[in-house]
Write a protein that binds this ligand. Structure first.
Ligand code: SAM
Length: 232
């Protein structure tokens, strides 16, 4: 049984997609499921680490999917040729690693590529990268599973890229509009964390550095409060 998070990610595979690459695939559960459900005709499971690479091979072999799913060992997008796949999934890692993989391998992506990204933390750095590199976020989702909240970003290169504002980078342009109750829960928790940090900063000596940090966190708290009462 595929996790709710991985299943939800596969629901964003465009209907015209034929080939998918799952970068950092670990057990290759997502590409195997997508193939078995007929969502794609072929897939590449990329892994940089030997252990997960072997796990991916085992899953593919045990399901007899060797012809449809190619398991490749390599760093990020280095495992695919330019334009080889319609969809690239990068899920279950931190936002800065996803950003690095996109940045280092952006020459492998084309105007036809759909990105399905699921940063575990720091989605804002992924949105910043997309926004400043000609990519448009076309949809977003947020789910909760086993006590974790996961954000999902779908993106492609549109004729007129949409630049994101600071609050959109932080909280997500679609998630702000949707105002899902999981979104409200996530940001209420984040706001509390920021307020706790501000309280502890108040208790230390008010040096120039501390004052600057307080300014940054006050700004973040104000953005979050605005996002939690979004009406435009
Ligand atoms: N994508 C799966 C998911 O969402 O459940 C697995 C996530 S797992 C936590 C992250 C995987 O990414 C690990 O198996 C790790 O080896 C792999 N990984 C980390 N950096 C990578 C890179 N630069 N290129 C390819 N794979 C990478």
């Amino acid at each position: 049984q595929l996790s709710k998070r991985l299943q939800r990610l596969t629901s964003y595979i465009p209907s015209h997609a034929k080939t998918l690459s799952d970068i950092g695939s670990d057990h290759a559960y997502l590409p195997c499921y997508a193939y078995q459900k007929g969502l794609i005709n072929r897939a590449i499971a990329g892994e940089v680490n030997e252990g997960p690479f072997q796990s991916a091979l085992r899953t593919v072999q045990s399901l007899g999917l060797e012809k449809a799913i190619s398991v490749r060992l390599g760093d990020g997008l280095a495992v695919i040729d330019r334009g080889e796949t319609d969809v690239v999934v990068i899920a279950g890692m931190g936002g800065s690693l996803i950003r690095k993989i996109l940045d280092e391998g952006s020459h492998k992506l084309t105007r036809e590529t759909t990105l399905i990204l699921q940063p575990n933390v720091a989605s804002d750095t992924v949105r910043e990268w997309l926004s400043s590199n000609g990519w448009t976020i076309t949809n977003e989702d947020i789910i909760e599973e086993d006590g974790h909240i996961y954000e999902m970003l779908i993106s492609s290169q549109t004729a007129q890229p949409v630049n994101l504002s600071e609050i959109e980078c932080l909280m997500g342009p679609f998630l702000l509009q949707k105002q899902d109750k999981i979104f409200a829960k996530k940001w209420a928790i984040e706001l509390q964390k920021v307020k706790n940090i501000l309280k502890s900063l108040d208790k230390t000596e008010q040096t120039e550095e501390i004052l600057q940090k307080k300014q940054q966190f006050n700004k973040k708290a104000a953005l979050i409060e605005r996002g939690l009462h979004w009406d435009n």
